[in-house]
Design a protein around this ligand. Structure first.
Ligand code: PXG
Length: 290
């Protein structure tokens, strides 16, 4: 397996970064998780734009242009002959000293890992997922804005531990004032009274690329859609609940905190959106040839 590291393709066992890298020492960096479908990098431009926004928010200057990054991703996919892949694109503050001071980091580290995609088992898509509410609250936007896709994922990992301890795969994270924000690695939608609803990202959620794709589909098909503040009661009483994310795509939720959602089966609109998303993954992105 070849890894892109600071301008070069190197073997996996030679892809090393310094223990003084502030990405490792402080979680000081940004990343993207991207997916390819049959030689099409899904919504690549949107991912690159989000990476630059995240980097801007932490005052990290990415040492490559957007075009150069896109070329580097394609080059790495080709080197590994991957048709369907998961791409991890990471930019750290780079190698510094043991202090926090980012000015001591000379040059940001850029690496790209492309690997085979590991998905939720297919039964979760057919039967739906059971999830719980995490006891860990979402980071305050004024402290570390969840819209920044930074390497600092401890908040999410603590909530993931909550999920695992409850015997589930995902957990809902609430804001400090108990509004629903998102899950540890997925955005959340509900269907209630014929309306498709999701929390606004400014309460403290990542502006998911899949979330945005679903919103586009809803608008295109005149499905009533609103960004709305949601409480757990809204989720418990919803007709449908589903999660969206690059790895998960759209996954139905049928049980939250051991309460069954509606009839306990994936909902009609959820299934329709799953089909629509499948279609988009054939065209909405950047193609490459192996
Ligand atoms: N919210 C959070 C907090 C995320 O990390 C999403 C929503 C969905 O966004 P996209 O753009 O993917 O539709 C994410 C992204 C994993 C994993 O292994 C998942 C993400 C990031 C890193 C790893 O499950 N999800």
């Amino acid at each position: 397996m070849k890894i892109y590291l600071n301008g070069k393709l190197v073997d996996k066992n030679k892809a090393h970064i310094s223990v003084f890298d502030h990405g490792l020492l402080y979680g000081d960096g940004v990343f993207e998780g991207i997916r390819t479908y049959d030689c099409l990098v899904f919504r690549l431009k949107e991912h690159i734009d989000r990476l630059f926004k995240s980097a801007d928010a932490i005052e990290l200057k990415i040492p490559m242009t957007k075009i150069e990054l896109i070329e580097a991703i394609i080059k790495t996919l080709k080197a590994n002959k991957l048709r369907d892949a998961y791409i991890r694109l990471v930019v750290t503050r780079g190698e510094g000293d043991l202090g926090l001071d980012p000015r001591k980091c000379g040059k940001p580290t850029v690496f790209i890992i492309t690997d085979k995609i590991v998905l939720y088992p297919s039964e979760f898509y057919q039967k739906g997922l059971e999830i719980v509410t995490a006891t860990t609250r979402r980071n305050l936007a004024q402290a570390l804005d969840p819209r920044i896709k930074s390497l600092n994922y401890l908040n999410n990992i603590l909530a993931k531990i909550d999920a695992i301890k409850s015997g589930t795969e995902e957990a809902i994270m609430l804001t400090h004032d108990e509004y629903v924000s998102e899950c540890t690695g997925d955005n959340i939608f509900i269907v209630a009274n014929g309306e498709l609803l999701t929390p606004p990202v400014d309460i403290g959620a990542l502006e998911g690329i899949t979330r945005d794709a679903v919103i586009n589909v809803a608008r295109r098909h005149d499905i009533p859609f609103y960004e709305k503040l949601l409480r757990m009661e809204d989720l418990y009483n919803a007709n449908e609940v589903f999660l969206t994310g690059t790895a998960a795509e759209i996954i139905p939720v049928i049980n939250i905190d051991e309460r069954q959602i509606a009839n306990g089966k994936p909902g009609k609109l959820t299934l329709r959106l799953m089909e629509e998303l499948k279609e988009i993954t054939k065209t909405d992105g950047v193609k490459y040839a192996l």
